[in-house]
Ligand binder design. Sequence first.
Ligand code: TPP
Length: 567
Amino acid sequence: MTEPLSGAHILCRLLEEQGVDLIFGYPGGAIMPFYHALPESPGLRHILVRHEQAAAHAADGYARASGRPGVCVATSGPGATNLVTGLATAQMDSSPVVAITGQVPRAMIGRDAFQETDVIGITLPITKHSVVVDDITELPGKVREAFAIATEGRPGPVLIDIPKDVQNQKMEWDGSAEARWNASGTPAPREPGRRTDEDLALAARLVSEARRPLLMVGHGVILGNAYAEVQALAERTGIPVITTLLGISAFPESHPLHLGMPGMHGEVHVNRAIQHADVILGIGLRFDDRVTGNTAGFAPQASIIHIDLDPTEIGKNVPIAVGLVGDAREIVGRLLEAIPPRQCEAWREEIRGFMRGRQESFRGDMSPETILTAIREGSGPGCTVVSDVGQHQMWVAKLYGYQERNSHISSGGLGTMGFAVPAAMGVHFARPERPVWAISGDGGFQMNMQEIATMVQEGIPVKMAIFNNGYLGMVRQWQQFFHGRRYSATPIWSPDYVKLAEAYGIAGYRVEQSRQIDEAVGRAMRDPGPTLVEFMIEQEANVFPMIPPGGSLSEPIESAPAGAPAS
Ligand SMILES: Cc1ncc(C[n+]2csc(CCOP(=O)(O)OP(=O)(O)O)c2C)c(N)n1
């Protein structure tokens, strides 16, 4: 039996066929046929955000936490352009987001029609793929292809632009026949990529013979579910493990082999270990400039072995001795078989000699470490921490102590302020039984705090923490260090957040002294709904150590420059 269905109805069926049960979106003229059809698919829960940027971040957060594609929907023109920052964020961090935008009717395209934007042109450079559906007959193929592209290989965002009249077009639809297409017509598996047995043998030999080897673990270990293999390799060889910002929570931090985070705000001993290493085995990371510092001085003694799913990453940023293209889990599994057990005691002892006491020093008792310890202990197991961007992001990365897989989520590549609050909403839907904290600065929080309304309307119990220092702290720190303390446009006023919470009908707490921290965190956790906790921290606290921009990992700044406050 076939029935004539509109493009909008078929789109809903296709989303269901792809296993979608959650959509973050915002309606408007060019996407109205879709919203008209949506109530007939009760399996598709729609979350009405307050800004389309939040829809994209929420879909991204859902994707990162669940491993399944996140879906967001917007109308043409301003709705579509509001998605852009979220899509670029997902692209930089390899997150499978499918964005659906309405477009003006085909006959109006190219005429500067009301709310017409060339969203394909705008998003091509910031997505894995962008495609317009020119006719209803193309809809099934293009939607299925979009989900396949978003999720296969290195994941990434895909945008599907659907003109309004295509959403209203009708065609016969035989769901069962189409379902068969799904079984037989999925795209061919990816090429296994360049990986010869000789390369694998060479990598195994380099690791076996190294005197000062390191494992550098990135996001690819989380995306590729290679946790067990990586831990087994570390334990078999005794090689210390470094986790990049997006690799945090790929390896338990209490493990004796875990060293910490590298790069611009990495601990001194981690960066020194890199500078002394003779072999670095990098797994699922891209050696970006925040990790390497000045590449000319990066790991000068090391032969680098690079495992990555994306062949274009090999040798892109740093010279590589051996590149192994493919699935991290499979390749590390094969290395495990090829590398005999060994220990690295002398090297680990050497690294222990590089260690310093903690560099951060805070005036007053509201130290980020105290706050983050209270959040960790107060939230119990299974908690996911979603951070925003700035100084607090570095504290959240370094001071929390992640034990559980994929329990830290942050915008690493694009560094998008405003990410945490909406992304945390998406994380909640991926892990509805588990607590989620969104931790923001007072700047980034104000970029998407309108989403509290979404949480209230949809019953999303995200716990929001604001580290309030009265400044755009990370930029202020750069001004202090490199611009003679000229605090241009970085002091930032905030509303009364407790009253703001009250206005939204949620609980809000302000914490000014450390003895109040546990109580506030406990109350936030006991409250069944969204809650907000504002932590008043030292205004001019700094993140130490710091590699100056363009500097090498060997040149950390470990205290504030002369003439500036000592914190
Ligand atoms: C959308 C966006 N705009 C600007 C920046 C540049 N930027 C990076 S960190 C930062 C300051 C963040 O301040 P705040 O949110 O208060 O956090 P803090 O650094 O104080 O912890 C700014 C402006 C950015 N990363 N993202």
